[in-house]
Design a binder for this molecule. Sequence first.
Ligand code: ARG
Length: 261
Amino acid sequence: MRRWRTLLAVLAAVVTAATMSPNPAAAANDPVVPFVVGGTRAAQGEFPWMVRLSMGCGGALYSPTLVLTAAHCVSRTGTNSSITATLGVVDLQSSSRVTRRSNYVYRAPGYNGSGDDWAFIRLASPVTGVATLPIATSTAYDSGTFTVAGWGANREGGSQQRYLLKATVPFVSDATCNSSSMYGGEVIAAEEICAGYTAGGVDTCQGDSGGPMFRQGASGWIQVGIVSWGDGCARPNKPGVYTQVSYFSSAIRSAATSLGG
Ligand code: ARG
């Protein structure tokens, strides 16, 4: 009897944890499970350029052979055939997934653990028939509402996901993000862009790193950020911090050219 009660208590706790969302609004819309953190499942084909990388990061298809990701997801610039990119599916176990081996890694020059958090992974052979995600080349789209997606943890300390999750997060200004109640000056204003709710509840998390943050531009989706860091996940007053793609767009473009496009 005691044993059953214990088992029931454990089950109840697990069910509660699985259905609880730190964001009350998300919980209301989301009777089943919380995702990314506080998001929902992406539809097949909704974000075709999303890439899962075997070291446990995300990425975005920039060209048929190049995946844009975070510098902190890779070791160093040079020949590298150790990474597998999975794409074309929301379900990583799907038999229709496309996989490619890397043949080269380009890490942002000057990356030393803070700032400059971008890198390219070159695929050994081009991916055909998969849309790419254009990058922002000016600050025109560095505000508003952004979409984030990834296979990372659906809560702080949670496990990696089989299905691609998505969420929307609002822009947070550098001044707000660097205020004493948030990151107190830790954010590199020129190079990084913050997004999230003051109340928390919706965010990217571990394993989403390197994946894109994007929004609608003049003609479709445009990448404005790369998942970089945050204090925990979805905590109040701790927005996600993203590499500001517009700031690095010239460097990204010339690196892409040097890597063969
Ligand atoms: N650095 C993390 C990774 O490697 C991503 C963290 C994003 N955190 C956040 N609170 N937005 O996957």
